[in-house]
Write a protein that binds this ligand. Structure first.
Ligand SMILES: Cc1cc2nc3c(=O)[nH]c(=O)nc-3n(C[C@H](O)[C@H](O)[C@H](O)COP(=O)(O)OP(=O)(O)OC[C@H]3O[C@@H](n4cnc5c(N)ncnc54)[C@H](O)[C@@H]3O)c2cc1C
Length: 450
């Protein structure tokens, strides 16, 4: 199928417009359980801001829906293609334009892979603080569009905390720049923050200026603490986060997730009674800080603790999502709770599992109070529907504790029905008004995120 004026798009983009069936399928999906509504008409594999601008202006005139795609590692169905729509892929815009050491800034195109930026920064004694477990695949544009979190966020905040400026293509093809290269900037509305976390609904991010931090001196340490009771692990996290010993990473992996990760990629991860905390400390006092943290864990019931110079524990944590996916376990969520509520939310998840007679595997960016419970369910639509009810219960539980329906993955299409559970009618209206103001024809990622 092709749209009116498609030849014009072909002529302008040449080989950068993909139309072969394999590409149409490959660029239709993300890593979530959302399914595309049908085939898109083409994939714009942009290599410049001009390509993106031309494609959006073309689609806008014709009212053609556009899905925006970085690496497709998203877990909320935000990048999934529309039937008869156009896919705009940023993956080929992957140039690290500069690392500005004196100002601790990096200028990048949106398709730069997160870990590639981190590596380039490391070569200059700097690092890119957000550290999603998908860093080896995800793009900076995707991280900004989802306001991604990750392992180091407990110490450094989430993506929005490091975005200084953006280049954005608006729905009608106009190119806009937000922010500044300065530490401080209070000029007009904070449009950089508005586009951060906008999930492809307000504009296409083509380039960004992001903040880097200096690599701390000394040798990092990783630590592990095993618990026979997951609620104890939750109380230990609350005590750690509210105390003076700041970890760089503080993650939780429950016993079921450890089992699944070990089956996927055996690394000798010891199986805990109920859950383990794994984390990292950095700086000249890394060993002492790790010692103070494992002490807190013991005081809260840890049965075994370990401090090590190797980061294999964190590598195992990074494998959680691929390991669960390999088992066909895709029905998960991304709720957040205030850290003081961790023990309560873990107890509640246990009760929900019992009530639904379903196993629930939990990994968590525990230091941020951000949980990824995954419901064990088969691949049939009935099984998915049953698992979704479990996720709904977990989400309502998190909200009842003052939490959020999404800590870091965004809403996309998968969580859209949950939005009114958290946001009041006025907040929903304001978001719709912003959307209409920036994308009056509703071509950009329509029907998702807000
Ligand atoms: C193994 C694994 C581990 C993960 N771990 C984490 C984690 O620790 N923390 C975390 O936050 N997430 C994690 N995720 C989810 C995912 O990696 C993040 O959401 C990531 O930020 C998505 O980046 P992407 O380039 O793949 O974006 P995509 O999946 O391509 O897109 C995600 C959303 O952003 C929009 N978008 C993408 N690029 C642009 C752009 N340039 N301009 C405008 N909109 C755009 C899309 O339309 C879509 O709505 C994980 C996923 C996997 C598969």
């Amino acid at each position: 199928m092709s749209a009116d004026g498609f030849d014009e798009l072909r002529a302008a983009l040449g080989g950068r417009l993909l139309e072969d069936p394999e590409s149409l399928i490959a660029y239709s999906l993300d890593s979530s359980r959302a399914k595309p509504g049908g085939r898109p008409i083409g994939v714009v594999r942009a290599t410049s801001t001009e390509d993106v601008s031309f494609a959006l202006a073309w689609a806008n005139v014709r009212g053609i829906p556009v899905s925006v795609r970085g690496a497709g590692t998203g877990l909320s169905g935000g990048a999934v293609a529309y039937a008869g729509g156009l896919v705009v892929s940023l993956e080929a815009m992957n140039r690290i334009v500069s690392i500005d050491v004196e100002n601790r800034l990096a200028d990048v195109e949106a398709g730069v892979v997160t870990a590639d930026l981190d590596d380039a920064a490391l070569a200059q004694g700097l690092f890119f603080p957000p550290d999603p477990a998908s860093a080896r695949w995800s793009t900076i544009g995707g991280n900004i569009a989802t306001n991604a979190g990750g392992l180091r966020c407990v110490a450094h905040g989430v993506t929005t905390d490091v975005v200084a400026a953006l280049e954005v293509v608006l729905a009608d093809g106009r190119v806009m720049r937000t922010g500044a290269r300065t530490r401080k900037n209070t000029t007009g509305y904070d449009l950089t923050s508005l586009f951060t976390g906008s999930e492809g609904t307000l504009g296409v991010i083509t380039a960004a200026t992001v903040r880097l931090k200096p690599v701390p001196p000394g040798e990092p340490r990783t630590f592990r603490a095993s618990f026979d009771d997951i609620e104890d692990a939750g109380r230990a996290v609350t005590a750690i986060v509210s105390g003076p010993a700041t970890p760089e990473v503080l993650e939780l992996i429950d016993a079921r997730s450890v089992e699944i990760i070990e089956a996927f990629h055996p690394s000798g991860l010891p199986s805990p009674g109920a859950a383990m905390l794994v984390g990292q400390t950095v700086g000249l006092t890394a060993h002492e800080t790790a010692g103070a943290i494992t002490e807190i864990c013991r005081a809260h019931g840890a049965t075994e603790t370990e401090i090590s110079a190797s980061d294999s524990l964190l590598e195992a944590r990074r494998l959680a999502n691929p390991a669960l996916t390999a088992q066909g376990l895709r029905v998960s969520c991304d709720v957040g709770v205030p850290v003081a509520e961790l023990a309560t939310v873990f107890r509640g998840i246990g009760e929900i599992a019992e009530r639904h007679s379903r196993r629930i595997a939990v990994v968590a960016h525990a230091g941020d109070g951000n949980l990824h419970p995954t419901v064990e369910a088969g691949e049939s639509p009935e099984e998915y529907a049953a698992a979704e009810l479990v996720i709904d219960d977990i989400t309502r539980l998190a909200l009842s504790l003052g939490g959020t329906i999404s800590g870091e993955h965004g809403i996309g299409s998968v969580k859209r029905h949950e939005l009114p559970w958290q946001q009041d009618a006025a907040a929903l209206d304001v978001q719709r008004a912003i959307k209409v103001a920036l994308d009056p024809r509703g071509i950009l990622t329509p029907g998702r995120a807000i």
